[in-house]
Design a protein around this ligand. Structure first.
Ligand code: CTP
Ligand code: MN
Ligand code: MN
Ligand code: MN
Length: 377
């Protein structure tokens, strides 16, 4: 009979992209606690430490059984002294003093509220907190200049902090697909993000749009957006040009294809109840029989990719964020390659490596293929 230590220590890679992480988490109590600490670390502008806690939590998510003592964890990657101390406190005393005092702190509570506003990042939240703004009401009267996104974020705050269900995601998908196909016959839509990984709820819904004929997808985003807008489905939208050239993720591509990769961060007006139907009431004030408003606001992200890059876009937008990050770390450190949502570049061969499926990208990186449902690191 093998000891617990031996069982757990069997091949846990330090790279999350080499681990199969399903949605079943046997250590949610511990990972929930650890996931509060990155917030705190990032708030104090310590991103490296924040990432360390995320990596530690991801290793615990991967374990096939609940952890009962820290002894078998000692040999595992990514679990530093700090994380182990937090885990030990919870296992022994039922709670970690550090986590509990973080949760109780005014700073953390304010960060949670302000960071929960669409369009407000950690830096803005931090600036507001230092200016004495802790909650929504004071913010509205503070005279702070709010961006269009932040104003929409405040207006739909309650809805946007309500998890999106799979049925709602599918309802949005039907609307988006109809709009895309009507402005560009043959357009293809794929559900990406957390829902593609099998999550039952999300903070938003993410879709990738493309067309099997290279170049036909050009200009698709503005057309889809104005179609959706004219149908009354958009409460807010911001369409951005691809910022790939500025990103730290990879070498610049030729500028000729730069404009083709567009994103739209939006807020949808989704009718309640009949999730399957794409019918719009047009009356924002009407109520359902149960007294609810007839619609709710839902965050939706759209990406358009040329088909030549769509495997990279699909992989890059399926997540999880840590899984993506770890794949790029693997590519860079172990393969001297640069992976982004657009391309894979081999720095030794000094050339781009083509791929038309996620499977091919994993193979080019020398990784075993991990399906979306097991990328929940
Ligand atoms: N993403 C990205 N660039 C952005 C925003 C998101 O590449 N500007 C990618 C993320 O890396 C992630 C995916 O899009 O892989 C989905 O991001 P997001 O919607 O934030 O997270 P989900 O995993 O879908 O989880 P949630 O349910 O919270 O939405
Ligand atoms: Mn998402
Ligand atoms: Mn998210
Ligand atoms: Mn998203």
């Amino acid at each position: 009979q093998r000891s617990e230590a031996e069982v757990v220590m069997i091949s846990v890679s330090s790279y999350a992209c080499q681990r199969r992480t399903s949605l079943i988490n046997h250590n949610a109590v511990l990972t929930d606690a650890l996931s509060l600490l990155p917030h705190n670390a990032e708030l104090n502008e310590d991103e490296g430490r924040g990432l360390a806690f995320r990596r530690a939590a991801a290793v615990l998510k991967f374990l096939p059984e609940p952890v009962t003592t820290t002894t078998p964890l000692r040999g595992l990657p990514c679990l530093g002294e700090h994380s182990l101390r937090v885990i030990e406190d919870i296992l022994q005393d039922g709670a970690s003093r550090e986590v509990e005092s973080t949760k109780r702190s005014e700073r953390f509570k304010a960060l949670k509220v302000l960071n929960g506003i669409f369009g407000v990042g950690v830096k803005t939240a931090d600036r507001w907190i230092r200016a004495g703004i802790r909650y929504l009401q004071p913010l509205q009267g503070s005279g702070e200049t709010l961006s269009r996104a932040q104003r929409a974020g405040l207006r739909y705050y309650d809805d946007l902090n309500q998890p999106v269900s799979r049925a709602e995601a599918d309802a949005v998908g039907e609307i988006v697909e109809k709009a895309a196909v009507s402005v560009l016959p043959g357009a293809r839509m794929t559900l990406i993000g957390g829902f593609r990984r099998g999550k039952l709820t999300g903070h938003d819904v993410d879709f990738l749009l493309t067309h099997p004929e290279e170049g036909r997808e050009e200009g698709l985003m503005p057309k889809v957006v104005s179609r959706l807008e004219s149908e009354g489905f958009l409460l807010y939208q911001k369409t951005t040009r691809n910022s790939y050239l500025e990103s730290e993720d990879g070498p610049a591509r030729s500028s000729s294809s730069m404009d083709r990769f567009q994103k739209c961060f939006s807020i949808f007006k989704l009718s309640r109840g009949e999730e399957g139907g794409a019918e719009q009431t047009g009356n924002g004030e009407s109520l359902t029989p149960s007294g609810q408003e007839a619609w709710r606001a839902v965050r939706v992200d759209l990406v358009v990719s040329p088909v030549s890059q769509s495997a990279f876009a699909l992989l890059g937008w399926t997540g999880s964020k840590l899984f993506e990050r770890e794949m790029r770390r693997w590519a860079r450190r172990e393969k001297a390659m640069s992976l982004s949502s657009h391309a894979l570049y081999d720095t030794r061969q000094r050339r781009y490596l083509r791929a038309s499926s996620e499977e091919e990208i994993f193979a080019l990186l020398g990784l075993e293929f991990i399906p979306p449902s097991e990328r929940n690191a």
